[in-house]
Design a protein around this ligand. Structure first.
Ligand SMILES: *Cc1c(COP(=O)(O)O)cnc(C)c1O
Length: 448
């Protein structure tokens, strides 16, 4: 119990003990003959297991050896050092609504909005809590009580139950579906525009692919479409790539292209390919952004000073032109496979015993609702000879948490998502997990 007190509050432990005592009583009353444990031992075991479950949920650093770059369970985009430092500096008192030169009150995030407009070529910008909030805000502020036209091929569900038709309903907008699952033409949109239309929205399919006979108008065509000025064209990009990632084999709609096409509003996440903190970024035409800014629900969606600071630093990195090397997310995407392989070789030298560990080629995923189906060539350490789930459990629950991938009866340590400076901790973690896991009795992979 004394060790428990190091990591848990007395209130937590008391609650676990009370529940365990209660459960123990119920069990004994239910079937005294089936309860063959010593009650005290039974209660202690329950409490220890509760405390372990609690440890597993306490937020802590995790080494991501899954090879999934935007891993939703691991907080999607890791932040760059400058963004971390900026959030740290802003954690105490900070001039979030004060211009230190004039001494006057300033608008929250004004500098960031200017930087975002510069970066994307848009007239104005706005930041909210996440891209889901951006979607709700746009629909509500621009088209509540009216119709918004969307292709049947884009009525998506983003992870975690964010379903577009439900979001429309919640925002008080009438969904006007056009086209079919695989084919929607510009004429379908044109035919649907009437005096009730508030907007046309294009939604990036993000987490799935359509292939075969597929047609849909480009954002340029939607912008060019015949429509009243009061009908906004909204582009929900989701991942919001700022840089062309096609040389790395990835096809994602580009924010700059979206703005260049003349879309009235383009929305994207701050913590997908933008590589910053969780946020929803809206860029576009000034009158539309102003309308959003004045919406009564804007206040409920605004971000805190930590997000503002981290996003400002991230945006400055994009503006500096060094995003591919300075933002961890983009660095991991663009790291050559050969560099990952060398990283694996150097890690292998530190693994002990290494007879059931080998360097293999594998595929990493971008993940996080980005770029479905496309993967990046990568390398991993493949550990056999131990029950893989048992070994993976030891890695997760060691002093430094390591999340791995179990595949084909082996634990895979994909180093595309591991930084050089994490290798020492990773090696120590693997070594102690191997030490703690009994080897499989019938080793198929006998040493050569
Ligand atoms: C990911 C995504 C969202 C939701 O973004 P969050 O930042 O997770 O809230 C909305 N729309 C599209 C197209 C997306 O890909």
């Amino acid at each position: 119990m004394l060790a428990l007190r190091d990591n848990h509050t007395l209130a937590q432990i008391t609650a676990w003990v009370r529940t365990a005592v209660q459960n123990c009583r119920e069990q004994i009353l239910l079937s005294p003959e089936a309860f063959d444990a010593a009650p005290t031992r039974w209660i202690i075991d329950r409490v220890l297991s509760e405390s372990k479950a609690d440890d597993g949920q306490r937020l802590q650093p995790v080494i991501n050896a899954t090879g999934v770059i935007l891993h939703t369970n691991l907080g999607r985009s890791p932040m760059s050092d400058p963004a971390i430092a900026a959030a740290d500096r802003a954690s105490r008192y900070t001039n979030v609504e004060l211009n230190l030169v004039s001494g006057r009150r300033s608008k929250r995030g004004e500098r960031l909005m200017t930087l975002l407009a510069q970066l994307t070529g848009a007239e104005d910008a706005l930041v909210v809590n996440n891209c889901a909030a951006a979607t709700v805000l746009v629909l509500q502020a621009i088209a509540a009580g009216r119709e918004v036209i969307v292709s049947r091929g884009q009525l998506v569900e983003i992870g975690g139950g964010f379903r577009l038709p439900d979001v429309f309903r919640a925002a008080g907008v009438t969904l006007r579906e056009v086209g079919t699952t695989n084919r929607t033409y510009l004429q379908d949109y044109e035919a649907a525009v009437n005096d009730q239309t508030g907007a046309v929205i294009r939604v990036h399919r993000s987490n799935f692919h359509l292939s075969g006979f597929v047609t849909e108008p480009t954002i340029d065509e939607l912008v060019q479409m015949e429509r009243p000025d009061s009908v906004a064209v909204i582009d929900d990009l989701g991942s919001g790539s700022m840089v062309d990632l096609t040389p790395y084999g990835l096809q994602e709609p580009n924010v700059l292209d979206s703005i260049r096409s003349g879309a009235d509003l383009s929305l994207f996440s701050g913590d997908k390919l933008f590589g910053g903190p969780q946020a929803g970024i809206l860029v576009g035409k000034k009158p539309w952004i102003e309308k959003l800014r004045r919406s009564p629900i804007m206040r409920a969606m605004r971000v805190d000073k930590l997000t503002l600071a981290a996003l400002e630093a991230t945006t400055e990195i994009h503006l500096s032109g060094n995003a591919l090397t300075e933002l961890p997310t983009l660095r991991m995407i663009t790291t050559p496979d050969e560099t990952v392989r060398q990283r694996c070789e150097s890690l292998l030298l530190r693994i002990n015993p290494s007879d059931s560990v080998e360097v293999v080629s594998c595929e990493s995923q971008v993940g996080g609702g980005s770029i479905p189906g496309s993967s990046l060539p990568s390398h991993a350490l493949r550990i056999t000879g131990y029950p893989p789930h048992h070994l993976a459990h030891h890695m997760r629950s060691g002093p430094v948490a390591i999340q791995t991938r179990v595949s084909d009866e082996a634990v895979m340590i994909d180093l595309r998502t591991v930084a050089e400076q994490e290798l020492t901790e990773l090696a120590n973690g693997i070594n102690s997990a191997i030490r703690d896991t009994p080897a499989l009795a019938n080793r198929e992979t006998a040493p050569e």
